[in-house]
Structures are given as C-alpha cells and as structure tokens.
Design a protein around this ligand. Structure first.
Ligand code: TTP
Ligand code: MG
Ligand code: MG
Length: 348
C-alpha cells in the first residue's frame, strides 16, 4: 500500500504550537515583500481563517479586509523553523518506514505493507514527536493515496482499497487530480469532461494530439483506471543522516558527543563515497518524553567529508542542553544541502 502524508495548515500550525496563547485565533502566515507595510501574499492560514475565505496566495491587504482584527494575528514566515520541524518529521517517518520519499516541505510518499496500522502509528509518532497534526491517505496507488489525503483533511486518515480507490478517483472532478493543472482542466471541461470517469469517452489519439503524447497517454490511463505505481522518481538523495540509541539516557555532553562521533563516521563515509560536500549540519536529539528536537547550522561555503566539526558539534550540543532540561535517549547527525559537480540540490 501507498501512504501519502501531508501536514495540516503547516506553517500556521507550526506557529500555533509555539504560541499556545494564539489558540482559537485566526493565524495568517505571510510573505511580506517589504514594499509597503501590507505588500505581499498569504503563505497559509489556519482553519478558522479558511472559513472566512482567506487562502494561500491571497494578497495580505485582501486578507486584512476579511480578518476581524481582534481575533486575527498576522505573522511573517519563519522558514528556518518550519524546515527544522520538517527535518524532525522526516526523521520520524524514515525511522519507521524503509521506503519513504519527501515530496515537499510538508509532504511524504511512503510505500509500506503496514497500511492503515502504519498510518495510525505515523500520525501518533508525529504528534508525539513534534506536536503537529497531519492527514494520511492510504491506497493501492500513490495517486489514490494523495487524493485520499486531500479529501480527509484536517487530522484525517482515509483508507481506500482497490474498488473504493477507483470509485473515488473516477468520481472526482478533473481539477482535483494532482497533475491536472487549470489549463488542462479547462480544456477537458471544454470537451464535456467534468469528472475523471468522463475521460474514457475521449479518443486516445485526440488526447495525444491535444495534450501531447506523454500527457495524452497519462490521461488515457487515468480514464481507464490505471493509476501507476512507485513512490517515485529515483530522486537524488538530499541529505545523509544516521541516528542511534545511547547506552543509557543522559545529559552528559561527552557521552552524547562520543555517540555522535560514531554515527558521524558512517555519514562521512557516505559523503566521501558519493563525492558530496554539504552546507548544513544538524544534530537530532530524542528526549526522554520521546520528543524529537533538532539543532542545525549552515555554512557559507560547502564543506567536505574530511573537515573537522568538533567545535560546531560541541556548540550545538551545549546549546541544546542549556535549553532543554530532559535526558536524551537517542541522537543523530545529518548533513544536507549538498553540492557536487552537477551543482546544488536542495529541497527547500
Ligand atoms: P500545503 O500542504 O499546500 O498547505 P497547508 O499545509 O498550509 O494546508 P493543508 O492542510 O491544506 O495541507 O503547503 C504547505 C506549506 O507551504 C504551507 O503551510 C505554506 C506553504 N505554502 C505557501 O507558502 N504558498 C502556497 O501557495 C502554498 C499552497 C503553500
Ligand atoms: Mg499541508
Ligand atoms: Mg503540502
């Protein structure tokens, strides 16, 4: 089975959990362009804000007209904080699923035999680990899983079997299908196709002529109930991380650093073998309450596997210990934001 995980109103939920006093308010996370005080667009908004018609991409000035000032909070995006959360969630998912691919800052595709039980486990582990809700779709195809997740939001879980998946996809409006953009949807509407099941009426030759060979064939397959497999694309690995359990729970910086060195060696071997240099290094801490925390730093110039990081690791571990009172159970190290001869690859 395929699982598609998508965080609920991700940036706004991330703001909610670090400012519990905002509970119940309309939270609008904005990308301010700086030209005037209200220039820019809404990045995302929580559900109370969606109910009054505020949405991603809307100009901030429009959102201000709709939002009652006493119940609304406008906040600037804090991408570093969301990326840290995303990285922690990634560690939680990878720790439990061998086949997992991160698809965006708040989305993962997983192939796992566990199906519904695995989805429940992941929802619980993410909630426990970082305090955030997500929605998971489970289906025989990655497309079905993704559409199921979109349907079940927020804090949802929707499991489809072969029959219900086909009914669900065939009954969906074409514009709801990931991969069908507004232009394609409009062109399909034009020839009388509203729902996926209507695509079957169209001649595959006409589809190929109108949309191109590749997209035409894909649409024809979609109309025929063939949804594809595989969580993807042999995408290049975006980061390397190694996580391990400490011999005993501890707050001793030396014990933590010793474990990290052991894990680091393995990660460095990978960097050397793959000829990657990196621009970010992060440390993962799982505390006694099973919460996952991360600390990371970025370097202006890429570093290679052979460069020493003793000082940087010490600084991050000390910073973490001074901010968190609990004992540490597991630690990990991660290198990311790679550079290689082909240029830079990064997810964010
Ligand atoms: P989405 O997963 O598309 O949206 P979301 O998580 O806010 O809401 P949903 O519960 O419906 O999944 O995008 C993830 C984050 O990406 C979102 O929190 C903010 C950012 N984003 C933008 O900055 N601009 C956009 O137009 C969109 C769609 C998202
Ligand atoms: Mg989301
Ligand atoms: Mg998303």
């Amino acid at each position: 089975m395929y699982l598609h995980i998508d965080m609920d109103y991700f940036f706004a939920q991330a703001e909610e959990i670090r400012r519990p006093m905002l509970k119940g308010k309309i939270i609008i996370v904005c990308v301010y362009s700086g030209r005037t005080e209200d220039s820019g667009v809404v990045s995302t908004v929580n559900y109370p804000g969606r109910e009054i018609g505020i949405h991603s991409g809307m100009p901030i000035a429009f959102a201000k007209k709709r939002a009652p000032p006493a119940d609304s909070v406008f906040l600037p995006v804090d991408r570093e904080y969301y990326a840290e959360l995303s990285f922690s969630i990634d560690a939680i998912i990878r720790g439990r699923c061998a086949k997992a691919v991160q698809a965006s800052i708040d989305e993962w595709n997983v192939e796992d035999e566990g199906g519904e039980a695995k989805a429940r486990e992941l929802k619980e582990a993410i909630k426990q680990g970082v305090g955030l809700m997500c929605t998971i779709g489970v289906a025989p195809s990655p497309l079905g899983a993704k559409m199921a997740a979109a349907k079940a939001k927020p804090d949802g879980l929707l499991v489809l079997d072969k029959d219900s998946e086909r009914k669900f996809i065939e009954g969906s409006l074409v514009e709801k299908v990931p991969g069908i953009g507004p232009k394609t949807a409009a062109a399909l509407n034009e020839v009388g196709v509203e729902k996926v099941r209507d695509i079957r009426k169209l001649d595959p030759v006409m589809l190929a002529e109108t949309f191109g060979k590749k997209s035409g064939a894909w649409l024809h397959a979609l109309g025929s109930g063939v949804y594809g497999e595989g969580i993807g694309e042999e995408k290049e690995q975006e980061e390397v991380s190694r996580i391990g359990t400490l011999k005993e729970k501890t707050r001793d910086g030396y014990m933590i650093l010793a474990k990290l060195s052991e894990l680091e060696k393995d990660a460095r071997d990978w960097l050397m073998e793959m000829k990657k240099s990196y621009k970010t290094m992060g440390i993962i801490f799982v505390t006694d309450d099973l919460k996952t925390h991360t600390k990371s730093m970025s370097f202006r110039n890429p570093r290679t596997w052979s460069e020493d990081l003793t000082k940087e690791k010490e600084a991050l571990v000390n910073e973490f210990l001074s901010e968190n009172p609990l004992e540490v159970r597991r630690v990990g190290i991660r290198f990311g934001n790679f550079m290689d001869l082909g240029g830079q690859t990064t997810l964010f």
